[in-house]
Design a protein around this ligand. Structure first.
Ligand code: SF4
Length: 347
């Protein structure tokens, strides 16, 4: 065991194993989980019900560390963009979005992203590295610590920040186990967690097989392979047929739906024909479509469609019986909206 092991992000079962490795009982591992995840305490010295010798032994092999909030920029719409500094000085973003009694946190899973979607600012960075489970769970703990007493804590988590969650599967799965463990973890209902993917078929299948029961969101952005491959290079490997087959295999609870994100780009994927093709593609799928009018960023090659075109697109889907909302992204004025998250990876 290396002294750099971060106890944050370890599943309760892994903490129990660690306690045994150090010659203590599994119960000690459960105590650590309770301190970190139930009480939000990340200081070994403060874990007063652990025997002193055990704490000293633990300190030799492990530590507790959260990403540091370097900046919290408020937006006019009430959301806050957090820039978090990691232990190696790299930076990622998370966004806190309060809305009608819920507080949604958008978290990152990688520094940068290697999928190079044509409309996405984050994609222009390329992939730097995967986040660890500690850094993923740490974003939630850090955001909750930032939210003041009397304010509502994070109620919902969306994996829609920097990076492709399913390309960092092992860390994502451990983070989800910690977030959803009702007894010793952060006790979020899986139904309040959404994992968004660019469409990695093998990852979707694995998430379904592992029984993590979270909501699945697919960044679709086009209803034909021709347009999608132009916008999203990943589609050249896994086309729409394979993607939709994986979506249909994904296990859903009664009344649970798959979310489809569709960024509307003026003159590219926003025609009535595109809307009809999308309705056909989703036939028979329990789907909810989120239309995202493009958020401009400097140097972008796309524009947001005019309002009547956006509403006409939505109208066609609604008429076809597809639940569809238009998501006017939060945090646009602070560069925190979908596809706009970019921080210098290193200071
Ligand atoms: S849209 Fe998502 S998958 Fe595509 S480049 Fe941006 S962060 Fe990566």
């Amino acid at each position: 065991m290396s002294p750099v092991t971060n106890l944050v992000g370890m599943t309760p079962a892994a903490l129990e194993d660690l306690a045994v490795e150090l010659g203590a009982s599994r119960y000690r591992g459960r105590q650590i989980a309770t301190w970190v995840y139930r009480k939000g305490v990340c200081d070994l010295e403060a874990m007063t019900d652990l025997p002193k010798e055990f704490r000293a032994r633990l300190a030799e092999v492990a530590h507790l560390s959260l990403p540091a909030i370097e900046r919290a920029t408020p937006s006019q719409d009430g959301s806050r963009k957090l820039v978090l500094r990691l232990e190696d000085e790299r930076r990622v973003s998370a966004v806190v979005m309060p809305d009608e009694g819920r507080v949604t946190l958008c978290v990152s899973t990688q520094v940068g992203c290697g999928y190079a979607c044509a409309f996405c600012l984050t994609g222009t960075m390329g992939l730097d590295r995967n986040l660890t489970a500690a850094e993923i769970v740490g974003q939630v703990l850090a955001a909750n610590a930032l939210i003041g007493p009397g304010e509502e804590r994070v109620t919902h988590i969306v994996f829609m920040g920097m990076g492709e969650p399913l390309a960092n599967y092992a860390a994502l799965a451990d983070a989800l186990r910690v977030l959803t463990d009702a007894r010793l973890g952060l006790a979020y209902s899986p139904r309040r967690i959404t994992v968004s993917t660019v469409g990695l078929v093998a990852g979707i299948d694995r998430l379904g097989r592992d029984g993590l029961r979270v909501n699945l969101a697919v960044s679709l952005h086009a209803a034909t392979d021709e347009v999608r491959s132009r916008l999203m290079p990943v589609n050249r490997g896994w086309g729409l047929e394979a993607l939709m087959a994986a979506v249909r295999r994904y296990p859903l609870a009664p009344r649970q739906r798959v979310f489809f994100e569709y960024v509307l780009l003026d003159g590219v994927n926003d025609s009535p024909d595109d809307a009809r093709a999308l309705a056909r593609l989703l036939r028979g799928v329990r789907a909810k479509v989120n239309l995202i009018p493009f958020n401009d960023w400097p140097g972008a090659a796309f524009r947001r469609p005019p309002l009547p075109r956006i509403l006409a697109f939505q109208g066609i889907l609604l008429e076809a019986g597809v639940t569809t909302t238009v998501r006017w992204s939060k945090g646009e004025d602070i560069g925190a909206a979908c596809g706009q998250l970019r921080e210098p990876a290193v200071a």
